[in-house]
Design a protein around this ligand. Sequence first.
Ligand code: AMP
Length: 417
Amino acid sequence: MRVLLVGGGGREHALALGLADDPSVEAVIAAPGNPGIAAVAELRDVAAADPGAVAALAVEVQADLVVIGPEAPLVAGVADAVRAKGIAVFGPSAEAARLEGSKTFAKEIMTAAGVPTARAYTCTDAESTAKALDDFGAPYVVKNDGLAAGKGVVVTDDRDAALAHARDCGRVVIEEYLDGPEVSLFVVTDGEAAVPLLPAQDFKRIGDGDTGPNTGGMGAYAPLPWAPAGLVDEVMADVVHPTLTELRRRGTPFAGLLYVGLALTAAGPRVIEFNARFGDPETQVVLALLETPLAGLLHAAATGTLAAHPPLRWRDGAAVTVVVAAEGYPASPRTGDVITGADRAGIIHAGTRRGADGALLSAGGRVLCGTATGPDLAAARDAAYALVSGVELAGSQHRTDIAAAAVDGRITVPAGG
Ligand code: AMP
């Protein structure tokens, strides 16, 4: 199978490693890819969110499967354009990707499907915003209604800051605060059949102890030793299948990767958000543990044959990834600095590029991450930090507490969660 992978971040590097490892894959072509992906794939330049350009490239490289990594191309209709060429594509249609592209649409689907989530109001002016904030009380949760690369959400006790974020965004969703540990569950689906991957946890805030502003994600681990038995089955029954059924009923089935972000509250699991693609950096840890060949799984979802796919096999042990971010991230990351020590197995490239002299340079906020597996979470964590400590990048930052609370047994799920 020839696979065209669209995107060029850490998630795509992890996907590229998984695809290249699949014995049924003859070649991986990544567009635009990154210097890490270049080790396992041929790189092609493309405007990833241009449906016509990606579809033309898929035809040119004779792809048997196109895998779309990031959300922007999905929302722009890249999957539709590739499918229209008769090529199998892993990634939902633009219509179905609205589950991620619009928080209001996601709420509408959840309400129609009876999916447990936070109560919410969509607001466009100061008056309705203030009323919604006061209705729910602190902590305030204010979400940009459109795509914001995981950074459009402000959770704060400061009412003025909540109002200011709403004003900056224009159209926002304001919702009740969900209290409880968070879980990311990835589900591979062809629109009807649905296969959950291992639950993972990511770290959204920039600082240790979950302090500072939200980011695209600063680290992750899987599996979750503290997750209640039966959690995945419960989420499949109460969230995933009702959502897929509602989207089929509307004539816009969701085929691809349904990412369910949950809070395990005292009232039970509640959906925080849906994404229409693999999460970054959770993908790095989940795929590090997946033994089942990746391309075969994604091809089955892309061709409506997932029900016939054999059950997934997982490696024993755990995986941890630690993100190294540029100085100034998330507000104003500095780019163009030289990176050394990154040419090692387990280093996943996110925001990197090659300079004219071949030197590896930082080119984004989240620059790279160290991903390691181990017989248990503590061993995987230590190995991931050992990888990161070998990387040099002036002014870089990383959290020092990825997976620490889970290793120390400090995560508790409220009764009922
Ligand atoms: P989102 O982009 O919707 O995933 O939100 C980013 C992060 O903000 C989540 O991972 C949560 O940590 C936090 N968050 C979002 N919605 C809520 C909520 N209703 N209650 C508590 N935290 C939330």
